[in-house]
Design a protein. Structure first.
Length: 62
């Protein structure tokens, strides 16, 4: 897998993980804390970690 393919996989996984994490933290804070806030720090950390790990796991699988 070349660098361009890995970068495109990273960006795709990063975007999906960031969007999902934003929705989950928003709904969590709305449902349990009755405030409409998003935990941006946790969302970006999770998206970066998954954006690195999932493409690397795909490389190792092949």
């Amino acid at each position: 897998m070349n660098a361009k393919k890995w970068l495109s996989n990273f960006l795709l996984v990063f975007a999906v993980a960031l969007a999902a994490s934003i929705v989950v933290t928003f709904l969590w804070s709305l449902g349990f804390h009755e405030t409409a806030s998003i935990n941006w720090e946790t969302s970006f950390q999770l998206a970066i970690i998954l954006g690195i790990i999932i493409p690397l796991a795909d490389i190792r699988k092949k």
